[in-house]
Design a binder for this molecule. Structure first.
Ligand SMILES: Cc1cc2nc3c(=O)[nH]c(=O)nc-3n(C[C@H](O)[C@H](O)[C@H](O)COP(=O)(O)O)c2cc1C
Length: 211
């Protein structure tokens, strides 16, 4: 189907072009997922398996090339983002906070114990964070990128967090797992709950749970 040119508006009104309708079903899986994507704040009482967690972490920031390039784009491939997993009782992983290591697709435990309630409090008591079986937290080490791009690197880092979060949203939709990008939280409280080093800024909390 070609572009259907609408009637030209009279006078100096801008011309409006009607685009062919988006094909959101039966054509491409990615368009269906984009169309379905919503922020989800209520989850079933069902735990996430290690395999599902692995896939969502990989979508956020995993390695997808032999040269170490990742699933999300990064200005200058400098990768200023850190991805953490916060998990409650899961049956497979001990409750706690883990750092995702993209290079070898592993988790390193940073905190032992269920901190979801504290994290929720730090995020203005948004309930989905304590109710979700797990959350991904994206933080940034700006120095990795400002060393090359100066202050502009800060802008790039925030763009990168958006790319990573969108990957989680879309793969989540495919797996029946909802998320909600949470940016409203007290930075210092989140930093303290997650014991983030001083050079790391929390950017996003992505609670995860079955829809
Ligand atoms: C940067 C950013 C911060 C957000 N912070 C929150 C938040 O703290 N709490 C929340 O419930 N939703 C938050 N959202 C989700 C928006 O409310 C949501 O995207 C918007 O209502 C549109 O709905 P949709 O994502 O379902 O299309 C945030 C979204 C973005 C992009």
């Amino acid at each position: 189907m070609g572009i259907n040119l609408g009637n030209q508006s009279p006078g100096d009104m801008p011309m409006k072009l009607r685009l062919p309708g988006p094909e959101v079903s039966g054509i491409s899986q990615i368009e269906e997922l984009i169309a379905k994507r919503r922020s989800v704040r209520n989850y079933k009482d069902k735990k996430l398996s290690e395999s599902v967690i692995s896939r969502l972490l990989w979508a956020a920031q995993g390695v997808s090339s032999e040269t170490g390039l990742r699933t999300s784009p990064s200005a200058g491939a400098l990768y200023p983002l850190e991805v953490h997993l916060v998990i409650g009782e899961s049956g497979e992983l001990e409750p706690g906070v883990y750092r995702y290591v993209p290079e070898d697709h592993t988790l390193v435990q940073e905190i032992s114990g269920d901190i979801r309630e504290k994290l929720s409090k730090a995020a203005l008591s948004q309930p989905m964070i304590k109710n979700a079986p797990a959350s991904i937290v994206i933080s940034a080490v700006y120095a990795r990128i400002t060393s090359r791009y100066g202050n502009r690197g800060i802008r790039y880092t925030h763009m990168e967090a958006g790319h990573a979060a969108q990957n989680v949203y879309l793969l989540g939709m495919e797996l029946g797992i909802g998320t909600c990008a949470v940016g409203a939280f007290k930075d210092e409280e989140v930093r303290s709950v997650l014991k983030l080093p001083a050079n790391q800024e929390p950017l996003y909390i992505l609670p995860l749970g079955y829809i």
